[in-house]
Write a protein that binds this ligand. Structure first.
Ligand code: JJW
Length: 449
């Protein structure tokens, strides 16, 4: 066995999001979000699950921070619920919402845990959706106003800020596949939403700079490492289109000031032009301090002339291991992705802002949750990250998804991603074996390979 040591100041963390854990969906003046509306619409979420109570973190945050401290986390990534701060998305401020997050942030700091805040983790105010949501450019302005409130309130005590979480999922699963809120099935609408999200990111970063804060700010993208099944020309082209669709649709505007040429041309022929205003591409390129990466699996593609989606098929290798999400376990993809980002896009700091796996965890007779598969998953991904660091990638930290089992969007509570088990009848928390293992990794700043 070799012990792989991480850099001295490497940040070990865990992540969650407001709607997935907080509950208290109508408490202390909170307004309705699109996920409140969506989860309450029959047929949208498995089992009719909602975030009404979730993990009740809104009331149990002190207990949860004590568990984070026990694990030894350096940092905790959380998101803020826009409708706790501004129930209608704009206009009147709800002081009780700010008070909640101030208590939470102070409790973290007192526990020696750095808060990292995501401004937008999918819970758009329903009031703004009624006016067109992210497809309406006014939402960009309201987002920046919301961001400014938080920057002014917490910018001096929160060292790391993330504008958006996974704009690909927001745009395409929310507006093209319709699996997420607000549930539209309109690919052109999704393209407009994607663009407006990027512009809102750039303007929020600009606002952050104007305020002269010493904290750092970036954006988090969900990305897959992408491979062709064979090295045939057609499979390679299939992989290139998928790379454009999943990763480069966001990376290229952020770092190169343009959309991927080939796919943009195909979209234009199929859907016509979306609205891009003069100056937008410059705004989107506003310089950040880091890029956040959410990595779960790879995409393996082959050409299929009969497939609707640009003649591309996903391939599911039978001999691979899969998580409860049916996502292929592919740790090497994390290494490949980190190298691609560092070589082709940016030499700035990188963070893994999410990586983890869902498995069907059960509490055993002895009260332990023996999640060996999760330990193996995390270990092998940590090893991949370590290799990338050795090869010169400035990876500064790693947030495991998730701190605790929670509301996994359209899958409801069926998918358990946590290193802490949550009993949804009692809201009782139990550290899984992976949490005990992670505690050792953090304490030693190393992983045994
Ligand atoms: C599907 C991409 C190609 C959440 C997907 C991409 C491939 C046609 C987990 N991340 O609950 C799902 N999650 O709230 C944020 N991350 O399709 C946090 N990514 O399509 C977690 C990404 C995801 C997905 C789901």
């Amino acid at each position: 066995m070799t012990k792989l040591l991480f850099p001295k100041d490497f940040i070990w963390g865990a992540a969650t999001a407001s709607y997935q854990i907080e509950g208290a969906y109508q408490e202390d003046g909170k307004g309705e979000s699109i996920w409140d509306r969506f989860s309450h619409t029959p047929g949208k979420v498995e089992n009719g699950d909602t975030g009404d109570i979730a993990c009740d973190h809104y009331h149990k945050y002190r207990e949860d921070i004590a568990l984070m401290k026990e694990i030894g986390l350096d940092s905790y990534r959380l998101s803020i619920s826009w409708t706790r701060i501004l129930p209608e998305g704009k206009g009147e401020l709800n002081q009780a919402g700010l008070d909640f997050y101030r208590k939470l942030i102070n409790e973290l700091i007192d526990a020696g845990i750095e808060p990292a805040i995501t401004l937008y983790h999918w819970d758009l105010p329903q009031a703004l959706q009624e006016e067109g949501g992210w497809a309406n450019r006014d939402t960009i302005k309201y987002f920046v106003e919301y961001a400014e409130i938080l920057f002014k309130e917490f910018g001096d005590i929160v060292p790391r800020w993330i504008t958006h979480n996974e704009p690909w999922v927001v745009a395409f699963m929310g507006n093209s596949t319709g699996e997420h809120a607000p549930g539209f099935k309109d690919h052109k609408l999704a393209l407009q939403v994607a663009h407006n999200l990027l512009v809102s990111h750039g303007l929020a970063v600009k606002k952050f700079r104007e305020l002269g804060l010493s904290a750092e700010i970036g954006i988090t993208l969900n990305m897959n490492s992408v491979y062709p099944l064979t090295d045939s020309k057609k499979d390679q082209q299939a992989a290139e289109i998928m790379e454009d669709y999943i990763n480069d649709w966001f990376l290229d505007p952020l770092y190169k000031g343009r959309y991927p040429e080939k796919l943009a041309k195909m979209y234009k022929e199929k859907y016509g032009e979306i609205e891009i205003e003069d100056g937008d591409m410059d705004i989107i390129q506003e310089k950040t301090d880091f890029l956040g990466i959410n990595y779960y699996t790879r995409a393996l593609l082959k050409h299929n002339p009969d497939s609707d989606f640009f003649q591309i098929d996903h391939v599911r290798p039978e001999d691979s291991e899969y998580t409860a999400m049916d996502w292929e376990v592919y740790p090497k993809g994390l290494y490949d992705l980190l190298i691609k980002l560092n070589r082709e896009y940016t030499d700035q700091d990188l963070y893994i802002t999410e990586n983890g796996a869902a498995f069907d965890d059960k509490i055993g007779e002895d009260g332990r949750v023996d999640d060996k598969k999760r330990i193996d998953f995390l270990k092998n991904h940590f090893i991949s990250a370590h290799k990338a660091i050795e090869d010169g990638v400035p990876l500064k930290g790693y947030y495991v998804w998730s701190l605790m089992d929670n509301f996994e969007w359209a899958f409801g509570y069926n998918k358990r991603f946590g290193i802490i088990h949550v009993n949804y009848d009692t809201c009782e928390r139990t550290l899984k074996e992976s949490a005990h293992w992670y505690k050792e990794v953090i304490a030693n700043n190393s992983v045994e390979a």
